[in-house]
Design a protein around this ligand. Structure first.
Ligand code: NYM
Ligand code: MG
Length: 231
């Protein structure tokens, strides 16, 4: 049972002011996919209306170009692939806003935070962290972002590591540094969660960060309007 199958078809069961936009971020093999599924199941069991999303969304034409790049089948200029990742989010922007307005809480596996840090971690002199932000400006802003933090050596010990582009120690080290840099500059919506030990403990930590936010947003404390990323 994938999260997509189990959570995407139901009509909203509860009337809420709007859904919350929850993003889960982290290095490769940080456990995002497992934790997103667990989080959805728990929220759904409590009666929340849930939809899931993941980036890159490999189903669209742009998503297939991204997937082929990640699998080392095609090569692209660093700026071009950055803009494709961003375009892949813009393809979903309207759907995100409409879905939140209908009262669904969205749990999203990666978003523009990954977009910025993975591109900037390439250390291309004409592709700084601040350059990477520009195409993301105006996208729906998450209400909470959970950064699953673990050290690259811990991620490496998990299965499947090293199959795609970027899954290399040097790259992951820089990605982590940049995530931590974003966290320092953040307005408080990014929460750091230690993801280096057992799945149940990590699940509990995520729950403590996410549930209060979901309840507050659905209850109207964050207003009806969905924020937009300002850079
Ligand atoms: N990635 C993901 C980017 O480089 N930019 C982005 O905007 C996004 C959303 O794609 N190594 C990278 C991070 C991952 C890779 O993601 C594929 P996943 O979650 O491993 O399928
Ligand atoms: Mg990966």
């Amino acid at each position: 049972m994938t999260s997509e199958e189990s959570f995407s078809w139901q009509e909203p069961r509860n009337s809420v002011v709007r859904g919350a936009f929850v993003v889960v971020e982290g290095l490769d093999r940080a456990g995002k996919t497992t934790q997103v599924q667990r989080l959805c199941s728990k929220l759904y069991a409590l009666g929340h209306n849930i939809k899931t999303l993941r980036f890159p969304d490999r189903n669209s034409t742009i998503g297939q170009m991204i997937s082929s790049y990640l699998q080392n089948e095609t090569d692209m200029d660093d700026h071009v692939i950055h803009l494709l990742f961003s375009a892949n989010r813009w393809e979903k922007a309207k759907w995100i806003e409409e879905t939140l307005s209908k009262g669904y809480t969205i749990i999203c596996d990666r978003y523009f935070y990954s977009g910025m840090v993975y591109s900037a971690a390439k250390q291309n002199p004409s592709l700084s962290l601040s350059w990477t932000k520009h195409p993301e400006i105006g996208l729906p802003l998450p209400d909470v972002v959970v950064f699953l933090d673990l050290e690259p050596w811990q991620a490496e010990q998990r299965g499947g590591y090293g199959e795609e582009k970027y899954e290399k120690r040097e790259m992951q080290l820089r990605v982590r540094e940049l995530f931590l840099q974003l966290l320092k500059a953040d307005d408080g919506r990014m929460k750091i969660v230690n993801a280096g030990d057992g799945m149940d403990a990590v699940e509990e930590r995520i729950w403590k960060e996410v549930l209060p936010c979901v309840e507050a947003v659905e209850g109207g404390s964050f207003g009806v309007k969905i924020g937009k990323f300002k850079g």
